[in-house]
Design a protein around this ligand. Structure first.
Ligand code: FE2
Ligand code: FE2
Length: 135
């Protein structure tokens, strides 16, 4: 038996998180696509900077929402976000690699981030299902 329902405002935020996951995954695909056909490193750097900002803003928003919901594993989750951003930053710093290596390295970064998003998407759905939304 349900003892509480999530407030509508919180449910809206949780659904927004899912939309952002799709946006981040699509942006990562766009970066990969551009890497495959573009030899201008400035354009790629610009895209990577925008991708990093997108991830950072998302992680901050998500952590705030997790805090609001009383998510038990917030500290562990924050650490995961930090690691993903550290790896992305390391990737941005590795200058002397071929275009082919760059694509392979970014593919790994994308894989790690998208896997993270998919995993928490499942957790989020379970959380909403268990608590229920006032809609
Ligand atoms: Fe996350
Ligand atoms: Fe997320």
């Amino acid at each position: 038996m349900k003892t509480k329902m999530l407030p509508d405002s919180l449910c809206t935020k949780l659904f927004t998180i899912e939309q952002e996951h799709r946006r981040i995954a699509a942006f990562a695909d766009k970066v990969l696509e551009e890497m495959g056909r573009c030899d201008g490193s400035e354009a790629i750097t610009g895209l990577l900077n925008r991708f990093e900002i997108l991830c950072k803003l998302h992680f901050l928003k998500e952590e705030a929402i997790m805090k609001e919901t009383g998510y038990t594993f917030l500290d562990d989750h924050k650490r995961l976000h930090e690691l993903l951003l550290i790896n992305l930053d390391k990737f941005k710093q590795c200058g002397d690699v071929s275009a082919q290596e760059t694509v392979l390295l970014f593919r790994n970064i994308r894989e790690d981030i998208v896997t993270h998003l998919l995993n928490e998407g499942v957790l989020l759905n379970d959380f909403i299902r268990l608590n229920g939304c006032v809609r």
